[in-house]
Ligand binder design. Structure first.
Ligand code: FE2
Ligand code: FE2
Length: 242
């Protein structure tokens, strides 16, 4: 699938404007993921897991800084006025962090399964983005650096999952997969709803508005210019209303 999408990724990352915006978006998500991990570290009763979560949170904060610095450098090099949202924003997502998961509502096994899948997806995505960034070695170096950490996060979360929930790895991973699928569906449905709303409003603008504009123009043409004398009977009605 990634192989098929590779030309699309190449197009998405070819524009420095899009690169800058995407890196700044990634920085935001990495920072949010880091904050969720600090919360998870505060909640856990397991000292080993607490240390792991804090170390992971520090990595995510570092990733946020790396993405932000590179995004700002790219943006500073752009001609002024080149910014704004793009249709391509949903094509190449970054790390999803904990994907709006409420850390306090999850048990540690479910949380670790979710982290493992999220880190695996990020590692795969970042490897693909790095492979299409041959013409921007500085951005590629950022991805390569972060990718090494994501692979480590992927491994430690699986090892911790086996330690915290022995024998439940497959069941927890499948549950996490289904939840990620559901969240992906919701994101897609929200995106499609936005596109549909835009299409319907555009159609309304071009189909419904012209007849009204025509009627208004005809009415304006029928009106006599200048002052109109009011008949005495009409004047009397107006006086009564005062
Ligand atoms: Fe990260
Ligand atoms: Fe990560």
């Amino acid at each position: 699938m990634r192989f098929v999408l590779r030309p699309l990724y190449w197009v998405v990352w070819a524009s420095p404007q899009r690169r800058a915006r995407k890196l700044l978006q990634f920085a935001q998500v990495e920072a949010e993921g880091g904050r969720d991990l600090v919360r998870a570290a505060e909640l856990t009763q397991d000292p080993v897991l607490r240390r792991r979560f804090f170390a992971h949170a520090r990595d995510e904060a570092r990733h946020a800084k790396l993405f932000r610095d590179r995004g700002l450098a790219l943006r500073a090099a752009l001609p002024t006025g080149q910014a704004g949202a793009s249709f391509a924003d949903w094509i190449a997502p970054g790390e999803r962090g904990l994907d709006d998961l409420r850390v306090e509502d999850e048990d540690e096994g479910a949380l670790l399964a979710f982290i493992h899948l999220s880190e695996s997806a990020a590692a795969r995505d970042f490897a693909t983005y790095s492979s299409v960034l041959g013409r921007d070695p500085s951005t590629r170096a950022v991805f390569d650096r972060i990718l090494r950490d994501e692979e480590f996060h992927m491994r430690y979360s699986l090892a911790e999952l086996d330690r915290i929930a022995p024998g439940r790895r497959h069941m927890l991973l499948w549950k996490a997969r289904l939840r990620r699928l559901w969240k992906a569906y919701l994101r897609l449905a929200t995106g499609l709803a936005g596109v549909m709303a835009m299409l319907i409003l555009t159609l309304q603008y071009f189909v419904l508005l012209p007849p009204f504009a025509l009627l208004a123009r005809r009415a304006a043409a029928r009106e006599r210019p200048g002052w109109t004398t009011i008949a005495p009977a009409q004047q009397a009605t107006l006086d009564r209303q005062l």
